[in-house]
Design a protein around this ligand. Sequence first.
Ligand code: SAH
Length: 194
Amino acid sequence: MSSWFGKIAVLVHLLGYVFIRWPHGNRSATVKVVENRRGGLETGLLLVAMLTTTLLPVLWLTTRLLAFADYPLRPGVFWPGVALMLAGLYVFHRSHADLGTNWSITLQVRENHSLVTSGVYSKVRHPMYSAMMLGALAQILILPNWVAGPAYLVGFGLLYVLRVSAEERMMLDKFCGEYEAYMKKTARLVPGLG
Ligand code: SAH
């Protein structure tokens, strides 16, 4: 099938993230940060994640720099990828709506931070990361390039593995027994699994 299908899907994916996050990010920015645990490692990881989730797909869309690693797109791979992409965007939207102004791009506690345990947060502790994992898998299927396709999974996977325990430590320090009880009731990424 034409690589234009892949190009359109990748563009929809990128714009979907931007348009979903934009209003929530703006609202969170109006609430004061009272604790910041962004260290040097976290800053580096955020840069790598930005490069692999956004910059490489944009380069693939707009230049021929990555053309050496292109391969043909197949409908049996592409359409399941589109389904994963839409599922990921939906969970991304829901998690932003449920987390409200408690959202931060990094490890931060905001003024009047409340522990969210309802909506998608009643199913897993990290639905936004679940959504991004769906997006990472989708990108492999919709973007037919050996470099830019798997890049999201590598970059975001690294950020997730090195961040999630520190994030839960921060939540435990802030919410103590309340977060401990929440941890006992929920999985991290996949309902009922882990
Ligand atoms: N890990 C979550 C949230 C990502 S945004 C998810 O994947 O859905 C990161 C910020 O969310 C962290 O800095 C933390 O302050 C906040 N956070 C994480 N879990 C939360 C929860 N259950 N309730 C309120 N804030 C939370």
